[in-house]
Design a protein around this ligand. Structure first.
Ligand code: NAP
Length: 291
């Protein structure tokens, strides 16, 4: 904090609540390493104050900001421009200044696909275009996951959800031949064929660490060599990832997505290469995880 001067520029994250956000930890660690005269702060903004707050953030010359729950959709009409990717997902998580005003995008796709792209380096996963993805849940994060799987070229993308009306609405919102949706009780029809299984539900998130979206019987259907990916990052590993590991699956936890969506945002704001390893270490240290 000693480095703050009259010239220091501001970045931040808006949400409500905001106390639990891990973004300030990651971003300020990277900013320090990059030796930039910037500081990244949390701003608790209630939904009814959003419009006034955005005008205020312009007035105080904020350079850019992250957007979290509950503002990811509500902010969209308040921006002067929105990228195609954010329009497809239907949510904005990163905002920056352009000549016209605030511009918004969504870096969750970049965050989601980053660890999968690393896996592609292995000979077995030379390409995803004959692979099958099964996505558990059909909420906000599932939209970024579907877009990410489509970008990687998955042959089949199956979304499994518990609410028939929401599931149909989800299906209708995509123009994607590879996408199909299934009620939860039909999970067994697709799970045994899955090369990638992604948990986008909050089931198993702390404090409910004994829960999993899969029963043990369902987990037995995961094929050896599949990739199990949980967007949850606390606990680490989740019960779902433990079940998958027992089946011989590779696992990916949600911390890397969190790091990579943040690194992509910081790169937009600074237009400089971002030390994602510094962000990863800061996050893992904060969460008490072994790096
Ligand atoms: P969301 O919009 O509320 O969506 C949650 C989805 O899970 C909905 O489809 C919901 O179904 C379903 N669901 C919830 N409880 C369920 C249950 N008991 N059985 C079956 N389905 C259930 O939330 P989100 O923003 O997508 O976030 C989802 C998870 O992803 C959270 O754990 C969040 O922390 C994590 N996340 C991680 C990152 C990262 O960077 N690692 C980024 C974004 C999100 P209904 O629609 O029927 O309620």
């Amino acid at each position: 904090m000693n480095r703050i001067t009259g010239k220091t520029k501001l970045l931040g994250v808006i949400g409500d609540p905001i106390e639990h956000s891990l973004s300030p930890i990651m971003h300020n660690a990277a900013i320090e390493q990059m030796q930039l005269d910037l500081i990244y702060l949390p701003f608790r903004i209630q939904p009814s104050d959003l419009e006034a707050a955005i005008a205020g953030l312009s007035a105080i010359d904020l350079q850019g900001f992250s957007v979290t729950i509950p503002h990811k959709q509500a902010i969209m009409p308040l921006l002067s421009e929105i990228t195609e990717v954010a329009t497809t997902i239907g949510a904005v998580n990163t905002v920056w200044r352009s000549d016209q005003g605030w511009k918004g995008t969504n870096t969750d796709i970049v965050g989601f696909v980053a660890p999968l792209k690393t896996r592609m380096r292995s000979a077995v996963q030379a390409s995803w275009n004959s692979s099958i993805a099964v996505i558990l849940g059909n909420g906000g994060a599932a939209r970024a996951v579907v877009a990410g799987c489509a970008e990687l070229g998955f042959a089949e993308i199956h979304v499994v959800g518990r609410n028939a009306a929401k599931l149909q609405e989800f299906a209708r919102s995509w123009a994607l031949d590879s996408l199909s949706v299934h009620p939860w009780d039909q999970l067994s029809t697709v799970l045994p064929r899955a090369d990638l299984i992604v948990n986008t539900t909050p089931i198993g998130m702390s404090p409910n660490v004994d829960q999993s979206p899969l029963t043990d019987q369902q987990a037995n259907q995961i094929k050896s060599g599949a990739i199990a990916y949980d967007l949850i990052y606390v606990p680490n590993p989740t019960r779902f990832l433990q079940q998958a590991q027992q089946q011989g699956a590779e696992t990916i936890d949600g911390s890397e997505m969190l790091v990579q969506q943040g690194a992509a945002a910081l790169e937009i704001w600074t237009r400089k290469p971002v030390p994602d390893a510094v962000m990863r270490d800061a996050l893992r240290n904060h969460l008490g995880l072994v790096s």
